[in-house]
Ligand binder design. Structure first.
Ligand code: HEM
Length: 111
């Protein structure tokens, strides 16, 4: 359990993402299916990472000694890596939203 498999997870996530993107560009799956798939992966990875993270933080601060602390920490990091990588794809999809916010602010007079 000492290894977090960062490189393997990164390779798998990127490979599956570009496979799904290619299938959607070729019309073999719709863009909606592609997005639903990755939004669902983001949701599940966020729920596992976030909930385990909260349980870990709580148990540290409450000074609870959990026999399953290390397995929880391991799953937290595995899902955390998936979540952080998929968040990058998600952010790229929504860049126009942020570009609009920041460009608007830039063009607004400061008075
Ligand atoms: C979603 C919100 C998150 C919360 C609330 C959270 C919380 C925590 C907590 C409480 C610990 C244990 C700290 C300790 O043992 O002193 C931890 C460790 C860690 N977390 Fe998170 N975390 C979050 C997201 C992430 C994400 C997205 C990643 C991405 C990879 C991540 C990676 C790690 C790593 C690498 C460790 C250290 C593991 C070790 O000590 O072996 N966390 N986190």
């Amino acid at each position: 359990m000492s290894q977090y498999n960062f490189f393997l997870i990164t390779f798998l996530v990127f490979t599956l993402y570009f496979l799904s993107l290619t299938l959607s560009k070729q019309g073999k799956i719709t863009q909606l299916t592609h997005r639903r798939l990755w939004n669902t992966i983001l949701l599940v990875s966020f729920l596992v990472t976030g909930l385990l993270g909260l349980i870990l933080a709580f148990s540290i601060d409450a000074k609870l000694s959990l026999s399953w602390y290390l397995p929880f920490l391991w799953f937290h990091v595995e899902f955390g890596i998936v979540m952080a990588l998929v968040s990058i794809f998600h952010l790229i999809w929504h860049l126009p939203y942020y570009r609009q916010i920041f460009l608007k602010h830039k063009n607004t007079p400061s008075s």
